[in-house]
Design a protein around this ligand. Structure first.
Ligand code: BES
Ligand code: MN
Ligand code: ZN
Length: 496
């Protein structure tokens, strides 16, 4: 269920609420809201600290029922960890933990005082935005492909208020739009590939555009792409009965003549590897190989919902990579839309083969102010950065710095890898202008080097989100990353 958010200014000891949330640091250091509850309840919190019930340890929580002296029916006490190491990342985490703990309490509404906590260098608008997004992230449930269940009779959390003044209003409004974008991305990416195929992605984009002002969608099918010369993208698609689509969304929130910003997202709805078939274990995770498409579509949704004053296009090459009698094969030479020929050395390096044509088309069609692609492109990126940071690669230092800063601001972090020409030699081929793989070293970088050859000299950056797009494990869900980063970057651009 989507949460409804609001702001609250009443004091924790007087507010009428089914549940209030307050924080306690380690070693019995109370936050100011906890201290106010403590004095109104005749020292209840301090007594629980002394008794060892409340540890203040990060990840801990205690529910106090109907304490005498305050109006709230419950107090959920969240452990904040050591006060001296309490930072922005901890703040985000405690808000996720708070929403999870709150989900187990039978209330339909609550008020959080965690947004009053001091976070170095961050204002109240930031705190409310991060708290709301963290709560919505924790409240998300994937239900689309389960047998419908009877609604439980327990009340379910529906409304959440954050303690903050009106200066946090803009932050809250942004959070509502961004949460919708993140949910859009997560839901699309979580759907199985027998539902979410290229045509499905196209229909979701079309349905969104039809319901919005200033927004349009067109979809190029395989016949149109053939006429235009998308030889590389179409080769990847050939092994699947699910025909490829190029989904193009446009939003006009800026002036008529303003060049748009452009997002491009890898939309491989299932990556079996093709003839270079992947091993069986873990192959199911390759339904998330359209995580880049989901993220750029989610960022587009958020930008439209916020009414950003800029022009934006979002281009998604949507394809399924399958083995078949008609599949493309290792040693095939493809002619890309740019005219450059590509020797296929591995059909599992398919992401770059669909992105190259999409990037060329986007660059030529829109000459965007800047072009950013997001793609679950390489396993090598997961080896390099793990599941915590997306990789940023760009020849444009200012653009790379903007994206890293947007990741830092939203805690949707990214880390830059080099894109020096020194690596380009790894892509040399004896039979075509370029090979589609670059050997075993620096795999994330050589993939980006490959893409760089198709960007027509435009201002471009590549985000490899192979490690960040979904949570690991059998029950791992799509994260919606890097919607937050992309939207923050757009917000920063719209203020320039
Ligand atoms: N979609 C994969 C990359 C991937 C792998 C993302 C694991 C997340 C987790 C991509 O299409 C791929 O298969 N890449 C190959 C490239 C190689 C053949 C050069 C890889 O990383 O192994
Ligand atoms: Mn692959
Ligand atoms: Zn792939």
């Amino acid at each position: 269920m989507t949460l409804q958010f609001s702001l609250a200014t009443a004091a924790p000891e007087t507010i009428d609420s089914a549940c209030i949330l307050v924080g306690v640091y380690e070693h019995g250091v109370l936050s100011s809201a906890a201290a106010r509850v403590d004095s109104a309840t005749d020292g209840l919190i301090k007594r629980l600290v002394d008794a060892g019930d409340i540890s203040g340890k990060a990840g801990s929580s205690n529910l106090l029922f109907a304490p005498a002296g305050i109006n709230a029916r419950r107090v959920l006490v969240l452990g904040l960890g050591a006060q001296k190491s309490f930072d922005a990342a901890r703040f985000q985490k405690v808000n996720v933990e708070a929403a999870r703990a709150l989900g187990r309490v039978p209330v339909d509404g609550a008020t959080s005082y965690l947004t009053e906590l001091d976070v170095s260098g961050r204002d109240s608008g930031w705190r409310v935005r991060v708290a709301a997004l963290a709560s919505d992230y924790a409240a998300y449930r994937y239900t689309a492909t389960f047998k419908p269940r009877d609604k439980s009779k327990q009340p379910e959390l529906a409304t959440l208020a954050f303690a903050a003044g009106d200066d946090a209003r803009a932050g809250l409004d942004q959070a509502v739009a961004i949460a919708e974008g993140v949910r859009f991305a997560r839901e699309l990416a979580n759907l199985p590939p027998n539902i979410c195929n290229p045509a499905w992605i196209a229909s979701q984009a079309q349905a969104f555009a039809e319901a919005q002002a200033n927004t349009s969608c067109r979809v190029l099918d395989h016949v149109e792409m053939e006429q235009l010369g998308f030889g590389s993208l179409l080769a990847v698609a050939r092994g699947s009965v699910n025909k490829p689509k190029l989904v193009v969304l446009e939003y006009k929130g800026g002036s008529e003549g303003d060049k748009p910003y452009a997002f491009v997202g890898k939309g491989v709805t299932f990556d079996s590897g093709g003839i270079s078939l992947k091993p069986g274990p873990g192959m199911e995770e390759m339904k998330f190989d359209m995580g880049g498409a989901a993220a750029v579509l989610g960022a587009f949704v958020a930008a439209v919902k916020m009414g950003l004053k800029l022009n934006l296009v979002c281009v998604v090459p949507a394809v399924e990579n399958m083995p078949d009698g008609d599949s493309y094969r290792p040693s095939d030479v493809l002619t890309s839309l740019s005219g450059l020929t590509i020797e296929v050395l591995n059909t599992d390096a398919e992401g770059r083969l669909i992105l190259c044509d999409a990037l060329t088309w986007t660059a030529r069609t829109f000459q965007p102010q800047a072009m950013v692609d997001a793609a679950t492109l390489t396993g090598a990126c997961v080896i390099a950065l793990g599941k915590h940071a997306s990789a940023v690669m760009s020849k444009h230092d200012d653009l790379a710095a903007e994206l890293v800063a947007a990741g830092e601001e939203t805690l949707d972090r990214a880390w830059r890898l080099p894109l020096w020409d020194d690596y380009q030699a790894q892509l040399e081929s004896g039979f075509a202008d370029v090979a589609n793989i670059g050997g075993k070293s620096a795999g994330a970088i050589t993939a980006a080097c490959f893409l760089s050859r198709f960007t027509e000299g435009q201002r471009w950056a590549h985000l490899d989100i192979a490690g960040t797009a979904w949570e690991e494990g059998r029950k791992g869900l799509a994260t919606g990353r890097p919607v937050n980063l992309l939207v923050q970057w757009l917000l920063d651009q719209s203020k320039k």
